[in-house]
Design a protein. Structure first.
Length: 447
């Protein structure tokens, strides 16, 4: 029997698709589909690789640290701890096989020093922990030299030695072989009392000094990548993580974009401030200022008195401190920094320091101090640094400021990174599905 099919334009009966009726455009659409899938996959992989690398770099302050060898560290963020009821911060530092010392950070001193076990000064005996016993360290070397350290946190003099030194703890640390450090045989008391056991000096030596400074040693031995260090203090003073000192780079985790670069005068880290004000008070003076992590805000006595008056604080000559109610409310302190883009602000809440065993009465973190004509007249300490990261660049002689961000734990940041990567992958998958559907519609339309 002969079966004749009536030809209907645009109709192709199922299971009887002649090859000569297969539209040529279908081949093109299949090729386009394959090409789009290939290009999208390649682009997606490249994009994910780039994003993963960028995110990983942004979240890890220790990204250049070689974990196989502590002294190979190029830059690393070392935790800072706050001495209770003070504006002072310290590193944990281990020398030889001695227990860790609490060493306060200072930019005035250029040397790392600890008490000698044989120091008999009252200040030595009242320090946190025991003095260093060089006879118990096999790696200690007596350098047959002496040192004198003049610092607002406490003066000391003694002998110089070298030993294996580890700075920091399990959350961030590095090691230095044969580091020169001071062993104090005599020490003077200061307001820190027994809470710390020495100083880590981040300052630079004068040209006539022979001993290499602590920070210069790290740079010259290439223990840190760049001659830069960054100080970040947690704006939340009640948090357990109080701050980080990043050696060798900026702190991209805890510091916002850099917006000011000021010329520093070395070997001191000083710069210029055009005015200082609080409320309707303006000091009307030109200050030579410095940033020091271990200080309160020190200024000429007349200026400190005026600031205390506007904060309604009372001066006590015996302690040389201004006392204030812990709940006091007063205007923020405004600094007009020379060549800065905007004024710098110290929150009034950061100028109030709680005192141990005293309720409802705090210390105003402002103190009057006369300095020699050649020295700085304004010291910006921890209250300032809880508002701004300070980046010390020893090559360009720049002091850079950035907004101090709230603390970000590495675990939380990693979780955020994972979420972002998953979102990126999901977005790429959605784009791929959409392109496939589009090609399918075009393919059906051509039939």
């Amino acid at each position: 029997m002969l079966i004749i099919h009536r030809v209907i334009p645009g109709y192709v009966p199922s299971m009887q698709l002649p090859t000569d009726l297969f539209p040529a455009t279908m081949t093109y659409y299949f090729l386009i589909l394959l090409l789009i899938n290939f290009l999208n996959g390649a682009y997606g992989n490249a994009q994910r690789s780039t994003e993963e690398r960028q995110l990983a770099e942004n979240i890890n302050p220790n990204k250049y640290v070689k974990k196989s060898k502590l002294e190979s560290s190029l830059n690393i963020s070392v935790p800072l701890h706050r001495l209770p009821y003070t504006p002072y911060y310290f590193h944990n530092v281990r020398i030889g096989n001695h227990d860790a010392f609490r060493l306060v950070i200072s930019t005035h001193s250029s040397l790392l020093w600890v008490p000698h076990l044989d120091c008999t000064s009252v200040a030595c005996l009242s320090r946190y922990g025991n003095g260093f016993n060089p006879h118990l360290s096999r790696s200690f070397v007596d350098l047959n030299s002496t040192f004198v350290s003049i610092d607002p946190l406490g003066n000391a003099k003694g002998i110089l030695g070298s030993d294996e030194v580890q700075v920091g703890d399990s959350r961030g640390r590095f090691q230095v072989s044969n580091l020169t450090f001071g062993l104090a045989m005599e020490m003077e008391t200061n307001e820190l009392g027994e809470q710390h056991s020495g100083i880590v000096g981040l300052g630079l030596n004068d040209a006539e000094e022979d001993t290499e400074s602590y920070i210069e040693t790290l740079v010259n031995r290439e223990i840190i990548e760049e001659p830069v260090f960054t100080i970040w203090l947690n704006p939340d003073t009640s948090a357990s993580d109080q701050g980080f000192l990043t050696y060798g780079s900026n702190d991209n985790v805890h510091c916002g974009p850099i917006y000011d670069a000021l010329l520093m005068h070395l070997p001191t880290y000083t710069f210029s401030i055009k005015s200082l004000s609080m409320g309707d008070y303006n000091a009307g003076l030109y200050f030579k200022a410095e940033v020091d992590l271990g200080q309160m805000l020190y200024m000429p006595p007349a200026v400190a008195s005026a600031i205390a008056h506007h904060a309604n604080a009372q001066y006590e000559p015996e302690s040389n401190l201004y006392w204030i109610k812990c709940s006091a409310k007063f205007p923020d302190l405004i600094l007009n920094v020379d060549h800065a883009i905007a004024n710098e602000t110290v929150r009034s809440s950061d100028l109030i320091i709680e005192v141990a065993n005293i309720k409802n009465l705090c210390v105003l973190a402002v103190s009057g101090r006369n300095r020699p004509s050649f020295g700085p007249t304004l010291t910006l300490g921890a209250p300032f640094l809880r508002n701004y990261c300070a980046i010390f660049d020893l090559t360009s002689h720049n002091m850079r400021f950035a907004e101090a961000l709230p603390y970000r734990s590495m675990n939380a940041t990693n979780d955020a990174t994972t979420t972002t990567m998953r979102a990126t992958t999901f977005g790429n998958s959605c784009k791929l599905v959409f392109l496939n559907l589009l090609c399918a519609v075009l393919l059906l339309h051509s039939l």
